[in-house]
Design a protein around this ligand. Sequence first.
Ligand code: IPE
Ligand code: IPE
Ligand code: MG
Length: 241
Amino acid sequence: MTLPRHVAIIMDGNGRWARERGQLRTAGHKAGVVPVRMCIEECARRRVEALTLFAFSSENWMRPSDEVGSLMGLFMDALDREVEELHAHGVRLRFIGERHALSVRLQSRVAAVEERTAANSGLKLQIAVSYGGRWDILAATRALAARCASGELRPADINESLFAHALALGELPDPDLFIRTGGERRISNFLLWNMAYTELYFTDTLWPDFDVAGLEAALQYFGQRERRFGLTGEQVAGQDS
Ligand code: IPE
Ligand code: IPE
Ligand code: MG
């Protein structure tokens, strides 16, 4: 079966999972740590090159402040708890998103974890926190505009490759497979530029219930797709050129 090189996941449905059990939304976020660990382990075991997890969007800052606070606390705890094990498994961890919006404490923790795992050659794990696809495109645009203004770059030199490298995912290949749990069929401002040709997989399973079988089903779905990138099916099959 063809494996995706890069899997990107919107981990959605924590709040509803908790509500169904008469619990606080925060309990759903806590329960959501289990499938995060599972996906990292499974992707590493299957030798998927990169995994990008959407943990907190630019828009999620508008949620009630106690929920935002508890999510930030969860990130901090998870980092403290998991970093050595991730490191031992050769995972290279990076954060993508607007870091200046995070607390100074969390920013420095994030920087320390990135530094600790930077030389690892296993799974490339990206956690998107305070991330938005539009923010990403604007930040890249600003960076390139500044290089043009300084005379280092000419506008005519800006091509798709240069632009992609200025985005948060940098040199990573575009996601091949996108998974969204929780039943919504939308992208919610995730990797807007990078998902131009990504295969989209949606499941009604709520994130805390997402298990190995669920991931396997998504990978099976991907394995059955014919990726055409604008060509005809015959061209892809090599019958016509
Ligand atoms: C996803 O679950 C986690 C975050 C967005 C932080 P939600 O919290 O969006 O859960 P639902 O969609 O309300 O069930
Ligand atoms: C998307 O989920 C963001 C994350 C999972 C981090 P949301 O729950 O915020 O998305 P919408 O609001 O339903 O589109
Ligand atoms: Mg949601």
